[in-house]
Every structure is written in C-alpha cells, then in structure tokens.
Design a protein around this ligand. Structure first.
Ligand code: ZN
Ligand code: ZN
Ligand code: ZN
Length: 268
C-alpha cells in the first residue's frame, strides 16, 4: 500500500532562523522558500484515505495551513518535549469535525506531560467546553509494540535521547527516529530491510542528546536502508552545502519534502 510522507517540519527545537542569531544560515532562512527555513519537527503520513500525524510542535498550525491539512485520523507522539507536544491544542478545529474523538497515542511518560500541560482538555469533570475532542491511548514502551492503524502497522522502535529512552516508529518500509542520540542494539532488528530511514542529525559537533552528522552517517551505513533523510536540523548545517558533501543515498530533509513508499509491504 502506497503512502506519502510529508515533512511538516525538519528543524531543531529552536527552529531556523534561530531567534537572535545572525549567522549565514539563519539569514538565508528569512528568504521565503529557503530550504534552510526549518520549523519544529513533525511528519504527516497519508495513505488509504487517512492522515496520521507524528508529533504536534509549536509550529503545527502554520504547517497545517501550509500543507492544506483538512482532516486527521490519529496522532502518534515520540516524547514529551515542547517541540513535539505544544501544538496539541491546535488540533481543536480538526477534532470538532471528526467522527468520535481523535485518538492520540503516546507512552506513559509522554501522555503524562500532555495531560498535565493540557489539563483542561483531559479533565473528567468540568472539561473546558471547546477543548480538543481527543482521547489519549497509552502505549506500552517495550521494543516492537505494534499499533494497527487503517491497514498499516506502527512498531515502536526505542531510541536513546540523551538519558531518556523515547519512541521511534517504523511503519512498513520506513522508520522515523527523531530526537535520537543513539540506537540501542535491541532496536536494530526492527530496522531491517528499510526503504527510508529518517534520523536526527542536529549539527556537526557532538551533542549529549542528539546525534550529530558523522554519527548519523555511520548509523545509516550500519542499518543500510535504501535511502536516508536527516531531520531535527539546527542552523549549523546549510542545506545545499551539506547535501553536496553527503553520500548520494543520504539527504537533509527540508520542510515540505514529500516521499512515497510502501507502508504495508507484507500485504503486497
Ligand atoms: Zn526535539
Ligand atoms: Zn543561526
Ligand atoms: Zn527532545
């Protein structure tokens, strides 16, 4: 079953341009249409007439306007950091037209953050009347936990994000591993035979909780997908200049980039 993956955002938590920064990449990012303009990280999967979103950062509203998102069928969360959850409230108008409540899927740690930040939405009594009509579904955090959505399987791929372990997801022939400093050995068998691998590659220098360019290239070589895309990118990496130095099967993602792949290969 064919799916289209859209990068709603490819930037790090601070976004690019980064506020207060006058570097060349940030300067270029002010130019409309610049691939260096990077909003907070999120992807949309469209398949089988359904839309599944991964994460809702602070830029979700602008991303949904840009991509013309008219409806959503499910939202999966990777972890509870601001750049992945703070746009949850912007789901509201999309949930009002949804049949039943819009399902959110998250592990306990992430669900706890979302339910605390948006307490008025999840309150059992006196729920704020126009809050988002969403239901939180808590997912176990073990490797390989599988969620079936609209004919595709979403498999939890645990990744190290500094000292935390958070959710990466594999769906058919693609995997999305944002906010990742390392991939535990136990997750590697879940990443065999990939068409598309999406990895965090923050910058050139090592960082305690994000993979850097060289480390991410090594991981691509180890996992050996057909093609790889890097995301969660800071202003350290100029789009064109960095792509020119990367192997042909690895590219930096950019906001608005769309990729087609097979989301249910076992059904073919
Ligand atoms: Zn992040
Ligand atoms: Zn900058
Ligand atoms: Zn994070």
């Amino acid at each position: 079953m064919q799916a289209t993956l859209s990068f709603l955002g490819s930037g790090t938590s601070m976004g690019v341009p980064t506020l207060g920064c006058g570097c060349a990449v940030c300067a270029d990012a002010h130019r409309p249409g610049s691939p260096n303009r990077r909003t907070r990280p999120s992807i949309l999967l469209a398949y089988n007439k359904h839309n599944v979103l991964i994460d809702t950062g602070q830029d979700f509203h602008a991303q949904a306007v840009r991509e013309g998102i008219q409806h959503l069928d499910a939202v999966l969360y990777t972890h509870g950091h601001a750049d992945h959850v703070l746009g949850m409230d912007d789901l509201r108008p999309l949930t009002f037209g949804h049949r039943g409540e819009l399902p959110l899927y998250a592990d306990d740690a992430t669900a706890d953050v979302i339910e605390r930040v948006f307490e008025y939405t999840f309150r059992k009594v006196d729920r704020y009347p126009t809050s988002a009509r969403v239901t939180m579904h808590r997912l176990p955090s073990e490797a390989g936990v599988t969620l079936h959505l609209f004919g595709a399987r979403f498999v939890r791929v645990p990744v190290a994000h500094g000292r935390d372990t958070i959710a990466g997801y594999r769906f058919g022939a693609a995997a999305y591993l944002t906010d990742m400093s390392d991939i535990p050995e136990g997750s590697l068998p879940l990443l065999r035979d990939l068409d598309i691998l999406i990895l965090d590659a923050l910058r050139r220098e090592p960082h305690p909780s994000h993979s850097h360019l060289e480390n991410s290239i090594e991981l691509v070589n180890k996992i050996a997908p057909k093609r790889a895309y890097f995301t969660h990118i800071s202003h350290d990496l100029d789009h064109e200049a960095t792509n020119a130095t990367l192997p042909a099967n690895i590219r930096l993602a950019h906001d608005g980039l769309q990729l087609n792949f097979d989301i249910a290969p076992e059904q073919n």
